[in-house]
Each structure stands twice: as C-alpha cells, then as structure tokens.
Design a protein around this ligand. Sequence first.
Ligand SMILES: *Cc1c(COP(=O)(O)O)cnc(C)c1O
Length: 383
Amino acid sequence: MKPAPETLAAQAMGWVAQPFHDLAPPLHPSSTFERGGDGDYPGGRVYARDHSPAYDQAEALLAALEGGEQALLFPSGMAAATALLHALPAGAEVLAPRAMYWSLRNWMRELDARGLIAIDFYDNGDSAALASRLAARPPALLWIETPANPTWEITDIAAACSAAHAHGTLVAVDSTVPTPVLSRPLALGADFVMHSATKYLNGHSDVVAGALACRQPCPLWQRVRVNRTQGGAILGAFEAWLLLRGMRTVHLRVRHACASAQRIAEHCAVDPRIAAVLYPGLPTHPGHTVAAAQMDGGFGAMLSLCIAGGEQAARDTAARLQVFKRATSLGAVESLVEHRASVEGPGSLCPPDLLRLSIGIEAVDDLIADLDQALGRTSLPGT
Ligand SMILES: *Cc1c(COP(=O)(O)O)cnc(C)c1O
C-alpha cells in the first residue's frame, strides 16, 4: 500500500528512530562526523555543509509531496531561487511573469544588470502569447508563479511546460502559494519547483527557509547541489527540524485556510465598499477554469481586495483591522493584511488601492466580522 501524502506528512514519512522508537524525528546539530581509524566514515557523513543528516527527513518528505525525485533545503526562498539562477550558464535568458513575488522580480533584474542572467517578462494568464514568445526566442529557463503575487493571475502550467519543452526550455515553478497540497507542478511537466518554506510549509511565522525539488536529477540540478555545498548557503539544523514539524500539519492548515478564503472572497464580492476581489476561486476570475483544472481541493488562501475610494481608503481599512495582523509575509496560522504597493516601494506594479490578505486558521466568522467593521459597516461585538 502506498501511503497518501497526508499520511506521509502526518508521520514525517513514518520515521521511527532506534533504539527508543521515538515518534518525533531527532534533531541533528552536528557540524562534523567521526572518521574511523581506517579512514572510512562509518556514518557515511563527513561534514554538515555537504552531508548534514538534519535535512534528510524534510527533503525526503518534500520530494514525496511534490512527486519529485529529490529536494534540497535552503536558508530562505530567495536562496533557493538564487541557487537555481546561479546554476544557469552565465548570461542565460530567464523568461519570468510580469506579476510575481516582487523581491525576486527585482533580484532577477539586478542579476540581469550584472550580466549574470538576461531577464525578460511575459504577461501572466495569456498562454497563446507565452507559447509564441517561447517559440520565437526560447529562453534557457521559464519561471512560473501561479497564483501570482499580489493579483493572483493563473498560468496554465501544463500548457506552458509543453510549449517550453518543445524548444528545449526548462521550467521552474514558484509554488509557495498553492503548496503541494493544492498543486503538483512536476506532474504537469515542470522540471523544478521552488518554495519559500517560510510560508505554508512551515506555517507558523517562526522559520525562514526555502526549498527546491526536481522531477529528476539533470545536469542543472547537479550544479544546484554544488551551489549549495560550495556556495555554502545552508539552513540551520534547528530550522530544518522546525520546518519538518510544521510540514506535518500542512494539509490541515492549507485546506482550512482555503475554505475560509473562499468564504471571505464570496462575502466581499458583494460588498459595494470593495471595488474588486482578486481570488481565483471566484467564477468571475479570468483564471478560474484553469485554476479549477490544475489545482486540487481549493484555490489557495491568498486574496486581494481593491478598496473603493482608492489608496487612502485602503490604508484606513488596514489600519482599522483588529483580528488581521498588519505584517508582510503569508502562509501562517495567523491572518495577515498588507498595503502591498507601499511594501513593494518605488516602481511597484501593484494597484495602490489593493490590500493583500493571507488567510490563517482562525474562526472565519471572526475574520469576516473584522473586515466588516474595518470597512466601516458594523462594529465588532464588544468593541
Ligand atoms: C516569500 C516569498 C518568496 C521569498 O521567500 P523568502 O523565504 O522570504 O526568501 C518567494 N516567492 C514567493 C511567492 C513568496 O511568497
């Protein structure tokens, strides 16, 4: 019997350590490993930067959840993305979506300015235009983020992968927002999946970590491995242990948060104080049909509200929220709100009236009541 992903996650891959039969995986802080008198390494490990056993369990679990052969942990999502970009030949072209995680977009542009990669952008959600761009001038790597920050456009992963592969382009998907609970890009043809494990995989706002998974090891993947070992950007053992603990509940957290996000989106969609609700779970969203086909069990727990009345009204609404915490980041147990354009800063493509919501696992009625009072309709009970 092949256990379901939920079972693998809940039992941290069924780990049972000897001799105490622990149910919780051990923590491996050792930086170095003993060598036998004959020069061998009886534990099969030499030094933590190359071979730390601290990552084994979390990497095996992530690879299993993504349906890939291997996974690697990194000290942040940005470090994971950077390891992949640095593995490309110097000057290789990366085609990235116009709407994507802002810091990574800026970092790609900076790497372009330094001549390390060449970057160009495509419009999210236009599969036909993307296919003709890939055919006309195939880049080395196609970068996908779906749903894409902070407006949640959907890219058809399978269509993009077949167009890319027809011209020898590799595909990497930033799957931080859907998580392997809702989306398995490797099964849709992607070569690599990237995560900010800081977000849903860990889920408790107490670890910064990143990860990459590959469908099957290829020369680029071997270079990614070398980049981690020799570049030396490795995650701490305790962070890896915390991440594994967080991953054991990822299915419960993500599904609960998705169901709440869907209810909140439907509630807000009929509120005249909100000019637009950006959420792929609404049938009015332009990517809804593709999202329904390629996501499984929900449309994610991220949504954005464009507040009628513009930027100041949006900032005032955020200021009045009491249950939602005003903070950047996403994917944790507590719900967050941010005025995204002011976080992204100069040059931001984000609409100024947009509030980005990360829905957590609180009682959904508390979140809805909080939004209602902040929009100025009712007051919270007891306030
Ligand atoms: C947060 C985030 C990143 C960057 O990850 P860090 O862990 O902050 O380095 C990349 N992509 C997406 C979609 C993110 O939300």
